[in-house]
Design a protein around this ligand. Sequence first.
Ligand code: 4NP
Length: 165
Amino acid sequence: MTSIRILFVCLGNICRSPTAEGVMRHLVKAQNLDWQIDSAGTGGWHIGDAPDVRMAQAAALRGIDLSGQKARQVQAQDFHLFTHIYAMDRQNLADLEAARPDKASAHLQLFLREKDVPDPYYGGAEGFEHVLDLVEARAKELLAECKRSVRSARLVGGRGICDKV
Ligand code: 4NP
């Protein structure tokens, strides 16, 4: 298994979390890192759907490819399979906390630490650009934080799982 396994979670898994997945995959690929990146929704209405066309088009204009993604719902096993689960807003975080099985190993956190990535679904084009701005900035930080943690885990003989990100 790869050392870092990240799951991004929003409500529908067609706007925010697929964007986070696409941006993070892009960064990880550019650095040849063998990390697993995925996304899911707390809700099941869009299972099997491709990302929202408005989101996918806005991402493509920034060189981020969301094609090939299909929405899925969070499963209990995700809390064991992933090292890190990032909720895109506080409601997603609350729903994940309620669904989290006992003894689950994943670190569960709000993606932006203290604020939500606003849901762009019912708004205009600027909402999708705003999601991309927020996600691109935070994903770069996450990459650096995870790389630092892998390095320090190796130094102390750990298995490369970052605890503090
Ligand atoms: P997401 O956006 O959680 O960022 O994927 C939404 C997509 C669909 C709906 C709500 C939010 N919906 O109500 O169908």
